[in-house]
Structure formats: structure tokens, C-alpha cells
Design a protein around this ligand. Structure first.
Ligand code: SF4
Length: 471
């Protein structure tokens, strides 16, 4: 019977659908708050050492953006899906609003390129480190403000009432897409009810351009609720948080790159370099090498603030050498941490029987599979580990800011960090166990594959031990 698949939680979706105007008003309030925190600190003098979150807007904005907003948006995604994107994100709202009033052009091919989620994440992460985005309001204005202006321009140019920016270009959409696969809520489509609609058949606007009828998971849905009860066939529903990764997500080359070399590799380098004595050693060795050859220009700290950190008034400026060593450090982390993870996945894939995809066959009837299809599926199991890495790095900033406010955090922080890391790793390995079970029934082979993947994660774990304990 149509509608019988609806459960109690589906009323939340209906509520969101029925209050879209109120939600839009709330989004404008968030936009006002966001722009204030972005613009006002950048015209104020830099805070001195005594400035606190309670008496200085710049420090308050720093805490709001990096101490609260980022880490907890990240936590909200595996808990509630991309509710942040659909209901609260000022950038998403502004790009959709621009698209409502814009040119409505067709989406060009370059925007649809599948590599953007990784490339935009990598570039933003690296650029943020070079300009010290966690410390300085001008850098925040450049990174977040630049992204918001780009979102508005893309919204104005392409799509009609759509979120083209969010779907294809947003620097964090790739990360959110992966984490949303763990959410225990999603909009479920009842195919039978869709075929025989009993109500609500007038068209609706799914801003992130999802093919509603064939929607299977939560990865791309912004949870806005507009499609709730559409044709009596779509309803907010509960599910196992493992269902999408195990049964739906296939992964692809760019998603694997984002998980393995982006979130597990590059992000670790971006969080660790400033605490690393290796960074200082490499920099000193290179500086000596340059001075011995009378090459001095890389030691000059004369780059503008929007290229490299440049705040001589507080004695904080990066030389060209600083910037180059940061880049080298992050690239090395991506290779040294991401490389073993990829190798572990690849060896595990080789150990297992080929991944079968019934129905995808070549002319002679052989099952078609790309050489890395099995690796991509196994990589999806590492989403919890990848997510916790980014959370640990961002929450380190939260704790640093809290310490500045006089809150003693070190006693319990490391215990909590390693507990969270352990839980996320255990969940990832449980995923791998289930994913290997889709391909093989021999326990020893499955154990071997999971052990190989676990071994690949050792440098990732080692990096956090260095960061939180050794350094
Ligand atoms: S499928 Fe589209 S319209 Fe439906 S909740 Fe998700 S984002 Fe909104």
C-alpha cells in the first residue's frame, strides 16, 4: 500500500518540507552572522596576547569558525546526513539564491569534472596552511570569503534555482559526500509507490540536482526535506549506518584518492607540519645549503599575505623557504601515509577473488571490471578512519583555542582522542571484514585481506602518536 513504508521519523521530513520559507529566513540570519564574522575582524587591528573570546571579536570569530563550526559540522554529517548543507550552510543558501535570480545557463563540462572534490579539498587545505587560516582574519576572508564569492558567481551563471557549486565545486562536498554514507537517516524512495503516485505529483526543486526516482543513499542529498512524501514515495527513514557503504557505495578513482591521499594523507601533513621538529630540521638544512651558495632570496619573508603568512607587526611572516618546506612536508605526508594505505588496499584486493558485478558484461559474456574497482569498494570501508583523522586535526585547533582561554584540556584530551581513533579504526576494519565477505567465504583469506589493510594504516596511526604524544 503506498505510504506504508513511512515511519515516525518521516514526519520530520514533512515538517521541513512545510516550513521552507521559515528555513530560508533562518538561513538569511546565518548569512548575516557569517558575513559579520568574516568581514568585521578583517578591519580590526590584530588581537594582542591578552585578547579573549569574551572581549575580542577577532578571537571570537576564530573560535566560532575553527573551534566550533568546522569540527562540529564534520561530526553532524555522519549523525544526521548533510543537514548542514541543506538547512544551515550560508554558502549553499547564497549560491541557490543567486541561481534563482541568475542567468540560468547550462552547466559546462569542466564543472562536471569528477576530480573537483579532491582537487578543491587539496588546494584549499594547502592554501589555508600557507596563509595561516586558523590564525588571521584576512586569511579567513580570503579562503572562506573567496569560496563564498565563487559560489555566488557559479550560482548566478549556471542552473535555475540549483546548487551547482555545492554539487560539483565546493571544497568540502567530497568529504561530506563520503561521511554522509554513514548517516543512520536518509530519504528513502519506494519504487512501487513512485509508479502509482497518489499525491504530490507537482514538480519540486531538488537543488543539488539528484535523480529522485533512482536515489539510493544519503551521499549527495542535502536533507532539505522538499521531496518528503513526493508522489507518496519518498520519506525520511532510518537505516543501518553500514548499509550504504556495504551495499550501495561502489566508489571510484577520485573518491579513493580523496580518502587515501586526501583525508588520510594530505590532511595529516597539513595538521602536523607546524608541530613537527622534522619541519624545522629540513628547513634549517635547506637554509644552510642556500646560504653556502649565496642564494638569499628564498630566505626573504616578503611575499604578500594572500600568498604566504605575512604579519610583521606580530613577528609572524613566512619566507619563500618556509612556504616551500610546508608544501614538501604536506606532499611527503600524502605519499608516506596515503601510499601504504593504498598498497594495503591493493594487496587485499589481489588476495580476494575478483569483485563480481552481475549485469555488467562485455560482448563475450565476461564480467567487466576495471583493474581497481575492487580497491575502490574496499576504500569506502576506510571512511570512518579518514573522517576521524580530519576531526582530530580540526579539534586540535579547538583545544588550542580553549587552552588560550585558560581551560586545562591536556589531561583528558589524549585519552579521548585515542579512544575515538581506536573506535573509528575498529569500525573501518569491521567494514573491511563485511566488504571482504561480499567477495569471499574463506575466513583465512578474509582475515589476511583485513590484516593487509590494517598494516597499511600503521603510518596513519603513527602520525597521530607523533602529533599528540611525542611532539
Ligand atoms: S533529495 Fe533533494 S529535495 Fe530531497 S531532501 Fe535531498 S536534497 Fe532535498
Amino acid at each position: 500500500m503506498p505510504g506504508s513504508f513511512r515511519s515516525g521519523v518521516s514526519h520530520v521530513g514533512d515538517f521541513l518540507r512545510d516550513h521552507q520559507r521559515a528555513l530560508r529566513r533562518m538561513q538569511w540570519v546565518i548569512v548575516g552572522f557569517y558575513i559579520t564574522l568574516l568581514v568585521v575582524p578583517s578591519v580590526l587591528p590584530l588581537p594582542d596576547r591578552t585578547a579573549s573570546v569574551f572581549n575580542n571579536l577577532t578571537v571570537f570569530a576564530q573560535f566560532a569558525f575553527w573551534g566550533v563550526w568546522w569540527p562540529f559540522v564534520l561530526v553532524s554529517i555522519p549523525l544526521f546526513g548533510r543537514v548542514w548543507c541543506g538547512l544551515f550552510c550560508p554558502e549553499g543558501m547564497l549560491t541557490e539564491w543567486a541561481s534563482e535570480h541568475g542567468r540560468g545557463g547550462a552547466i559546462p563540462k569542466w564543472i562536471r569534472w569528477g576530480g573537483w572534490p579532491f582537487v578543491a579539498f587539496a588546494l584549499t587545505t594547502i592554501y589555508g596552511q600557507l596563509v595561516s587560516v586558523y590564525q588571521y582574519p584576512w586569511a579567513v576572508a580570503a579562503v572562506l570569503g573567496g569560496s563564498t564569492i565563487a559560489a555566488i558567481i557559479i550560482g548566478w551563471l549556471y542552473g535555475r534555482e540549483k546548487r551547482v557549486w555545492c554539487k560539483y565545486l565546493c571544497p568540502v562536498s567530497g568529504v561530506f559526500n563520503l561521511l554522509a554514507k554513514l548517516a543512520p537517516v536518509y530519504y528513502k524512495v519506494d519504487v512501487e509507490a513512485w509508479r502509482h503516485p497518489v499525491r504530490r505529483t507537482e514538480s519540486i526543486n531538488c537543488a543539488p540536482l539528484l535523480p529522485l526516482r533512482h536515489m539510493q543513499g544519503a551521499a549527495e542529498c542535502h536533507m532539505c526535506g522538499r521531496c518528503s512524501d513526493y508522489r507518496g514515495a519518498i520519506a525520511l527513514s532510518m537505516r543501518s549506518p553500514e548499509a550504504e557503504v556495504v551495499y550501495i557505495a561502489e566508489g571510484n578513482g577520485w573518491q579513493t584518492t580523496l580518502i587515501v591521499f586526501g583525508m588520510l594523507g594530505l590532511a595529516v601533513g597539513a595538521f602536523l607540519w607546524s608541530a613537527s621538529p622534522w619541519y624545522v630540521t629540513i628547513k634549517q638544512a635547506l637554509a644552510e645549503w642556500l646560504v653556502n651558495r649565496d642564494i638569499y632570496w628564498p630566505l626573504m619573508a616578503n611575499a604578500p599575505w594572500f600568498l604566504l603568512t605575512h604579519y610583521p607587526e606580530v613577528n609572524d611572516s613566512f619566507s619563500w623557504l618556509d612556504g616551500s618546506v610546508i608544501l614538501m612536508f604536506i606532499a611527503a605526508a600524502a605519499i608516506c601515509v596515503g601510499g601504504p594505505v593504498f598498497l594495503g588496499l591493493w594487496l587485499a584486493d589481489r588476495l580476494l577473488p575478483p569483485l563480481q558485478r552481475p549485469g555488467v558484461r562485455d560482448a563475450s559474456g565476461h564480467v567487466l571490471r576495471s583493474r581497481l574497482e575492487g580497491v575502490h569498494k574496499l576504500a569506502q570501508g576506510l571512511i570512518p578512519a579518514a573522517g576521524i583523522g580530519v576531526f582530530l586535526g580540526l579539534s586540535a585547533t579547538t583545544l588550542t583555542l580553549l587552552q588560550h582561554e585558560g581551560v586545562s584540556t591536556l589531561d583528558w584530551a589524549n585519552a579521548l582522542r585515542f579512544a575515538l581513533l581506536g573506535l573509528a579504526l575498529a569500525w573501518s576494519l569491521r567494514f573491511e571484514w563485511r566488504l571482504t565477505g561480499l567477495r569471499c567465504h574463506y575466513a583465512l583469506v578474509r582475515i589476511g585481506a583485513v590484516v593487509l589493510i590494517a598494516l597499511g594504516l600503521v603510518p596513519f596511526c603513527g602520525a597521530w602518536v607523533l602529533f599528540f604524544v611525542v611532539w
